[in-house]
Design a protein around this ligand. Structure first.
Ligand code: ZN
Length: 275
């Protein structure tokens, strides 16, 4: 019997939480790069990056991405896979959501496969034409989509883009459970959504809030990959703020090992994802 490898992605910052939500969240390019390096040492194979402007709001500013990516790439021993967001700045245009991919050519980037009412912040718009353009940009720039799924309709959308050639199989899906306006973080929803993704795909899942640990345990048991970090959870446990992203990665790595799996290195993750 071969040992299963589980990929851990760290999402250190996200678009919304600020220092007042958790003082340990990295916000500047330097803070994010240092955090990513520490998380790589703790077992993260992928970093999913969001940028903040100088007021701490989500931004798609290519210069911020460039600075951060260059700082991470400057760690000579660190081979972590870089995954850039394409969302999280409600004032961004279709162009600014893709410009950093064309210039920096990260190995992965998020692809939010539908629109949603994000209850605390407004409309999360990913209109059909944008998703066609983004799929094309990713293929031309050699970027593998992390197809983020917030509800079942987004999986059906992905099947359409696969049929039309804007996405290429095998796809990698990220099931995001517990976002305000998306599927709730229950095991029933995880099992249901996982059952809808096309055969031959790779997938991971995350639970926001109370579902964080239960979804992580179930995902490992089901053979999926993990994503942790303060983008999705500023708390380590009820009433207990995370001390660092490393603390969240370390717990995920422990869970992987308790399940009898191996924490995938970035090289192993590249093989699993076909990068
Ligand atoms: Zn994100």
């Amino acid at each position: 019997m071969s040992i299963k490898k589980t990929i851990i992605t760290v999402a250190p910052t996200g678009a919304w939480p600020k220092k007042e939500n958790n003082p340990n969240i990295p916000m500047t390019p330097k803070e994010i790069a240092e955090d990513v390096y520490a998380c790589w040492k703790a077992g993260a194979a992928i970093c999913h990056l969001h940028m903040r402007d100088d007021e701490g709001n989500g931004t798609m500013d290519t210069a911020k991405f460039r600075e951060t990516v260059n700082l991470i790439r400057a760690y000579e021993d660190c081979d972590i896979i870089i995954n850039c967001t394409t969302s999280g700045d409600l004032n961004a245009t279709d162009e600014t959501r893709q410009a950093h991919l064309k210039e920096l050519r990260p190995e992965m980037a998020s692809y939010d496969c539908g629109s949603m009412n994000w209850m605390h912040s407004g409309l999360f718009i990913n209109h059909p034409k944008f998703l066609e353009e983004l799929g094309t940009t990713m293929q031309e720039s050699g970027v593998k989509p992390e197809i983020e799924i917030f509800d079942a309709g987004m999986i059906y959308n992905s099947l359409y883009y696969l049929k039309k050639g804007f996405l290429k199989a095998p796809c990698h899906y990220q099931l995001v459970l517990g976002a305000a306006g998306g599927s709730t973080a229950t095991i029933e929803n995880l099992v249901y959504l996982k059952g809808l993704i096309p055969e031959g795909s790779t997938w991971g899942a995350l639970g926001i809030g109370n579902g964080h640990v239960p979804i992580m345990l179930t995902t490992v048991a089901m053979g999926g990959h993990l994503r942790v970090g303060m983008e999705d959870n500023v708390y380590y446990a009820a009433g207990q703020l995370a001390e660092s992203n490393t603390q969240l990665v370390t717990r995920a790595a422990d869970i992987v090992r308790i399940a009898g799996n191996k924490v995938a290195t970035p090289a192993e993750a590249r093989e699993i994802l076909g990068l």
